[in-house]
Every structure is written in structure tokens, then in C-alpha cells.
Write a protein that binds this ligand. Structure first.
Ligand SMILES: C[S@@+](CC[C@H](N)C(=O)[O-])C[C@H]1O[C@@H](n2cnc3c(N)ncnc32)[C@H](O)[C@@H]1O
Length: 307
């Protein structure tokens, strides 16, 4: 049976105005809007799919223009709010979610791409192939993207460094680290599905990692081994509560990358880790998230001050 084409009405906006624009577009067209964040352009596209074109595109554009101006009046910056109206084949729509998962280049050394992408790596670029699955981590999320940037930062600078990923999800950070010659690479997650999926992903990428099931809250206070670079993309309360255990996993002179922190919570997390001997070296904000890379010059004190 031949299916009718669909109409896609999209507005390009800023990440901060994404929710408000989705609400506006959905209300004007009487359909739920979907949105996705384009990591490369750092913009958001909000779209509605419907069986008919809007009765008057001129009227829709005018109503959107008025609505976007109202958002500006309320202090939200929606950008230019460029509107596109396009007829799409049903098949294209069914496949459209794949467009949300575009290849991502992290610095010059790493390319993360889904299996259906034909993108070729540049010379000396390592490739991680990952499809969206049940576990967190395709590189599209701002918190993962910040961690990946830190993982690539130390590439090619002398002897290989050891790496630990706390809460590995899909295994993306650990797989990237292994591809970039960190050694040894260890990762764990308390979710058995995440461990299973991360193992499959590691196998598909031809890397050999130590991937185990473990809960950060139950780790021994004196670990058997320590690492040069530790990534913990978790949530702020867990990071703060388990800071002693997390820091104890770090080698002297090592770097700890913390992510999964809302911008509004960052200063409290920073204070907690600085009181425990860390020095914030870099911090990065992406959308509502803020990450930080902390240097620990001395062996971490196991009696961090309470904050
Ligand atoms: C935000 S995801 C990060 C995944 C991946 N590392 C990344 O950067 O994309 C957080 C992961 O931490 C895991 N996690 C949450 N609490 C944990 C705990 N107490 N111990 C171990 N893993 C935990 C979750 O199952 C999830 O896979």
C-alpha cells in the first residue's frame, strides 16, 4: 500500500529555548513536537510531522514570529527561529530518528559514529562505532561529550596513561580511551544491562577492557589499584556523597573528570572536591550541564572536609 507523504514543519532554535519553542509549535499546529540537539552546530531543531501542510504557511510563520518575540520579551533567546516546511516520504520519517545520531568528531583524534554512517575517519583518527541502545552514552549527550573531550586531551603526550570509567553506561568513554591507547582501561556500572551492552560494544569495537558490575557506593575505601584519568559522569549528590571513594581511585598527579552536574549545582560539587585536595583545572558548560577536570597533586586525603 502506498503511504501518503508527511509534512515536516521545523524551527531551528537555541538549546535554552528548545522546550518553549516545542510548546509553541505544538500548540500552533495541534500536534506534539519532537526536538533534537545538533552537537556540531550547538543548535536545536524542533519539528512537527503531520499528514497535511498547514492551511496557511504565511499565517503560521507570522504566528511563530509573534510567539518567538514573546519568548524574547520574557528573557529567553530563541535565536533566528528559522522555519522550514518540507514534504517527506513516510519511509524517510520512519528513518528520521537515525538523523539524530550523527557522527561526532572529538578533537582531531576521535570519531564516534553509528553503524549506518559511511563517514570515514581522517588520518590518525580513531573510530568508535556505537548505535543508540538501552544504555546511556552515544556521545550526543552534553555530559558525555565533555568527558570525551577530556579523554582526547592527553592523547599522544608521552607514556600511556591508565583510565577508569565510573558508571560506564554504553561503555563509550572506556572504548574511546582504549582506542586512544590508554592502558589499562577499566570500567564498571551497577546496572547489569549496562555491563552486558558495554561488553558487546567493546567486542564490536575490537577492544579489550576490564568491564565489571560494581556499585560506587560499595567500593572498598582502599582500592587495589589507582588510575591516571578517572571519569565519573553520574549525578551531583552521588559524586559528593562518594567523593572519598572516587578520589581514592586516582593516582598521585592524576586527573578526575566530573560530569552529570547541573550548572546550578556545580559550585557545591567544586567546593566538595577542592576541600578534598583537588584543583579545578578546566570547566565546561554545555546546555544546562557543567563538567570539571580536577587535578590531584598529592595522594588524595581519605578524610575530606565535610561541606
Ligand atoms: C550518565 S550515565 C554515564 C554513561 C557514560 N559514562 C557516559 O559518559 O555517557 C551514568 C551511568 O552511571 C551508572 N550508575 C549510576 N549510579 C551508579 C552507582 N552507584 N555505581 C555504579 N554505576 C552507577 C548508571 O547505570 C549509568 O549507566
Amino acid at each position: 500500500m502506498k503511504r501518503q507523504p508527511l509534512w515536516r514543519i521545523s524551527v531551528v532554535t537555541t538549546p535554552e529555548a528548545e522546550d518553549a519553542v516545542a510548546e509553541l509549535l505544538g500548540r500552533l499546529l495541534g500536534e506534539g513536537a519532537s526536538s533534537y540537539y545538533d552537537v556540531e552546530n550547538q543548535s536545536s531543531q524542533v519539528s512537527v510531522y503531520r499528514p497535511q501542510a498547514p492551511p496557511s504557511s504565511a499565517r503560521l510563520r507570522q504566528a511563530l514570529k509573534t510567539g518567538l518575540q514573546r519568548l524574547r520579551d520574557c528573557g529567553l533567546e530563541p535565536g533566528w527561529g528559522t522555519v522550514t516546511l518540507r514534504r517527506v516520504r513516510h519511509e524517510d520519517w520512519a528513518e528520521s530518528w537515525k538523523r539524530h545520531f550523527k557522527p561526532i568528531e572529538v578533537g582531531r583524534s576521535l570519531l564516534i559514529k553509528p553503524s549506518w554512517s559511511r563517514r570515514r575517519p581522517k588520518p590518525r583518527q580513531q573510530v568508535v562505532v556505537l548505535d543508540p541502545g538501552l544504555s546511556f552514552g552515544t556521545g550526543q549527550h552534553p555530559t558525555t561529550a565533555s568527558c570525551l573531550k577530556e579523554v582526547t586531551r592527553h592523547v599522544g603526550k608521552g607514556a600511556s596513561r591508565s583510565f577508569l570509567d565510573i558508571g560506564t553506561g554504553s561503555g563509550i568513554l572506556a572504548i574511546a580511551a582504549a582506542k586512544l591507547n590508554y592502558q589499562p582501561v577499566r570500567a564498571f556500572d551497577f546496572d547489569p544491562d549496562a555491563v552486558r551492552i558495554a561488553r558487546e560494544n567493546a567486542k564490536n569495537n575490537g577492544v579489550n577492557l576490564r568491564l565489571t558490575r560494581a556499585d560506587v557506593t560499595r567500593l572498598p575505601r582502599r582500592p587495589a589499584r589507582r588510575y591516571d584519568l578517572v571519569c565519573a559522569n553520574l549525578i551531583s549528590p552521588l559524586l559528593v556523597a562518594e567523593r572519598k571513594r572516587i578520589i581514592s581511585l586516582l593516582n598521585q598527579g592524576g586527573t578526575l573528570v566530573l560530569a552529570g552536574i547541573l550548572k546550578t549545582e556545580f559550585s557545591a560539587v567544586q567546593a566538595a572536591f577542592e576541600a578534598a585536595g583537588g584543583v579545578l583545572q578546566r570547566t565546561e558548560s554545555r546546555q544546562e550541564w557543567q563538567s570539571g577536570a580536577f587535578h590531584f597533586a598529592k595522594k588524595a586525603p581519605l578524610t575530606a572536609k565535610k561541606v
